[in-house]
Design a protein around this ligand. Structure first.
Ligand code: GLC
Length: 496
């Protein structure tokens, strides 16, 4: 056959493809279109703002979740060779802190990791009684040990303990009606093809040292990472959250993790899933640097659903985006027997209120011990939050951010519609003169009452807003709540 026939011929001054070529091109375009549709690519791109709102609705209303860091490091408990590694900071990083290679670490840690039967039911009951609506737990942390029964690894609970701990945890959470979130570390200190020297910023126990096993093929690690995520997203029913951890400016996204492919695979299996922004470290995903505070209120949907400020509450919230502050109860995520810097109930409850008043979620961490039992201090803190939530939960769940720029006496959350709504006034500092000023509120007050007792509170409109006359004693020393019902569309002076 002459190659000439296949060449494009000029026709009337233009170009025209020979007929056979045209047909082939049409068939090719048709196949492409079908595969795009069935591959879910078009379906993804087409998610409307309304569909996204519907997908995120339960999460936005939940406001409060429990984080769990638990794995091989939990048995080491912040101690290495009989010595405390430190009293502060993340002891789930102990392998990195002591610069142990994976064999040395595993030898020390595996015999100490002894999950007792039924441990997960304790977690689930604790989360439930604290008022959490969801639990995110470590399916694999940076040390690389997987808590599920993985077919692509020997470094997993299935191989080492003959158990699928992920299954046990998922079952227990669902039995309590809690939503399920998988934390999954993309950083991996175990896999022999994880090419840690590609990043100067990501932690690795052998960082800066030559690979002990010759050249590494990072793409092979990525095959493994994707395969484990496939297992996790195929075998445990409708997982609600994928909580990735984490990336650096010099190693992130498609290059580091084949992130878009990873997210697409997850979405194809779990269409309702909600994912965080930590497969990336760029401004489009809300990051401006490596510091914990280096985060801006911006996230384009292809990079995830929500931002993850860590160990801090953004001072003015993150208007216009979904966000979740994750925080420890002491200073470590994974259990340490040396960390006694427990936050007070007052701090924890006020943090929850503060976050809700800024439109965010609170993901509060427990670090269970090697057998899965939760440290007493953590149980007490979670129960204290639960006691408060049982009385005041209405002022947290399904509320939105405060309409006031700042309040001297506490915080505000709200539920509104076009015809009226409720402001929840969380009073931290009960006024000595009994007068609580709600600055700039213009709406007629329908009713004001103390949540819990139902005591009616007199309200008076003045030029400066609304003044409430409170009883002498604060009903709750940490945060008392007044539900103020108003008529009409909310109007606060000085607010657009
Ligand atoms: C960090 C740490 C990690 C912890 C996580 C929780 O990125 O590396 O140990 O799991 O934050 O947000």
């Amino acid at each position: 056959m002459s190659t000439k026939l296949h060449r494009i011929q000029p026709v009337n001054g233009g170009f025209r493809l020979p007929n056979s070529r045209l047909i082939a091109l049409r068939i090719w375009l048709f196949v492409l279109l079908i595969s795009l549709i069935f591959g879910g690519v078009l379906v993804q791109a087409a998610e409307t703002a309304g569909q996204r709102d519907a997908r995120l609705q339960w999460w936005r209303e939940a406001r409060f979740g429990m984080f769990v860091h638990w794995g091989l490091y939990s048995g080491l408990a912040g101690t290495w060779n009989g010595q405390p590694v430190g009293t502060q900071g993340g002891m789930e990083w102990i392998q990195q802190r002591v610069k142990a290679d994976t064999e040395t670490y595993a030898r020390a840690a595996i015999p100490r990791f002894t999950p007792k039967p039924g441990f997960a039911r304790e977690w689930a009951a604790l989360a439930k009684s604290a008022g959490c609506r969801y639990v995110v737990f470590t399916t694999k942390h940076h040390d690389g040990f997987a808590l599920h029964d993985s077919k692509v690894s020997d470094y997993d609970a299935g191989s080492v303990l003959g158990r699928d701990l992920v299954q046990e945890i998922v079952d227990a959470l669902r039995a309590e009606g809690l939503r399920v979130g998988f934390y999954h570390s993309v950083i991996d200190w175990h896999h022999d093809q994880y090419a840690y020297n590609l990043s100067q910023q990501l932690p690795h126990p052998l960082h800066g040292r030559p690979y002990p096993n010759g050249e590494r093929e990072h793409a092979r690690y990525l095959g493994y990472l994707h395969a484990q995520v496939d297992e996790l997203t195929s075998n445990y029913g409708p997982v609600d959250i994928l909580w990735w951890d984490y990336s650096s400016q010099d190693f992130q996204g498609q290059e580091a993790w084949r992130a878009f492919d990873l997210m697409d695979r997850v979405r194809q299996r779990l269409p309702g899933v909600i994912m965080n922004n930590r497969l990336f470290r760029i401004p489009e995903a809300g990051w401006t640097g490596m510091a914990m505070e280096a985060t801006i209120p911006r996230i384009e949907p292809r990079y995830g659903d929500f931002l993850t400020p860590e160990q801090h509450i953004p001072p003015t919230g993150m208007p216009g985006v979904d966000w979740e502050t994750c925080m420890t109860l002491n200073t470590t995520w994974g259990f340490s027997e040396h960390d006694h810097a427990w936050k007070s109930d007052e701090t924890l409850i006020r943090n929850l209120v503060d976050i809700a008043s800024k439109g965010g979620n609170y993901l509060l961490n427990i670090g269970p011990k090697a057998d899965g039992s939760v440290p007493t201090e953590s149980v007490q803190s979670m129960r204290a939050i639960g006691d408060w939530m049982r009385v005041y939960g209405e002022a947290i769940y399904a509320t939105t951010a405060s309409p006031f720029p700042g309040l001297t006496w506490g915080r505000c959350t709200k539920k509104t519609s076009n015809t009226g709504g409720t402001l929840y006034l969380h009073v931290f500092d009960w006024p000595a003169d009994g007068k609580l000023v709600v600055p700039g509120l213009r709406n007629p007050v329908k009713r004001a009452q103390l949540l819990g007792s139902g005591t009616t509170i007199a309200a008076e409109r003045t030029g400066g807003g609304v003044v409430l006359s409170l009883p002498g004693e604060a009903p709750n020393p940490i945060a008392s709540v007044i539900a103020l019902e108003f008529d009409g569309r909310l109007e606060v002076a000085g607010r657009p």
